[in-house]
Design a protein around this ligand. Sequence first.
Ligand SMILES: NC(=O)c1ccc[n+]([C@@H]2O[C@H](COP(=O)([O-])OP(=O)(O)OC[C@H]3O[C@@H](n4cnc5c(N)ncnc54)[C@H](OP(=O)(O)O)[C@@H]3O)[C@@H](O)[C@H]2O)c1
Length: 295
Amino acid sequence: MTDNRLLIVGASGFLGHALCDTSSTWACVPASRSGQQGHLALDVTQPDAVRDAVSQVRPQWVINAAALTSVDECERNPDRARAVHIDGTRNLIRACEQVGCGLVNVSTNYVFDGKKGPYAESDEARPINVYGRTKLESERVVLRALCPGIVVRTAVLYGFRPGCRPNFVTWAMAALSARQAIRVVTDEWANPTFVDELAAFIFSLCRTDFRGIVHFGGADFLTRFEMVERICALMGFDLSLVSAATSAEFGQPAQRPLRAGLCTTRAQTLCDVAPAPFDHNVRRLKRVLHQIAYV
Ligand SMILES: NC(=O)c1ccc[n+]([C@@H]2O[C@H](COP(=O)([O-])OP(=O)(O)OC[C@H]3O[C@@H](n4cnc5c(N)ncnc54)[C@H](OP(=O)(O)O)[C@@H]3O)[C@@H](O)[C@H]2O)c1
């Protein structure tokens, strides 16, 4: 095992990008399904490829940021969700056990039913869709492992990374800056999480002796509609372009936990981190997006 080295699995994704390009004291080795841009090729569903990559890199920790994050796609294709989330995590754990390194598995507030969020680590998980159920099962794989295992649950990631698909915040910003009307739900709560802050938290956490489940989310609990209201106020967009809807009106294949979100007391105790307010991070994002004429 090589001290100070992290293997980032799912490096082509949003969090994967943030982990690989945020400066830290760790040396990060990126791995992605397609092996693009000099990444190691690592499809988590292929046990041999996983074992070869982990034994070649011999990191101190593997960070698993690979997932099927389309909640509706998981509902339509549960076999694929199980393969990526459960079998994929099991393959990573077996490889970590062989090398003697740890696994940080990134998970979600969607393991809860959304009846009484924000949730603490001690609250009972009761997922209501395939995405949440398969992510919860992947957590159990990690917590039963013989190697060091950490589950970091997070919620509604936002921020900007070139080449990544838009997230809720950048989607709303792009649409509103082009004066397109959007419909946004008023009954889904969470604490949106700035991806840069999550990456920094994971780096700190890997320096601790902590094992188990920890929640990391942003400082403010907001509905999607409230997030867009704040974005309009901070960026000077026209709020009349935004119409309100309920989650049920969208008729999506997967049911969403409505009152979701995560309490982050444990995270703050472990790593002395304090996520910045949503408004502060939106202002940061505004500066970056103006510089590249994204909005
Ligand atoms: N985004 C959110 O709002 C949010 C909220 C709560 C929790 N999370 C969790 O945070 C983590 C990171 O999410 P994200 O937003 O960065 O997701 P993302 O942008 O959708 O990235 C997920 C990555 O997983 C990769 N992947 C899928 N199947 C794979 C496989 N078989 N082998 C290897 N890689 C595979 C994808 O690569 P390809 O493109 O090649 O398929 C993609 O790069 C996930 O665990 C997610 O569940 C996200």
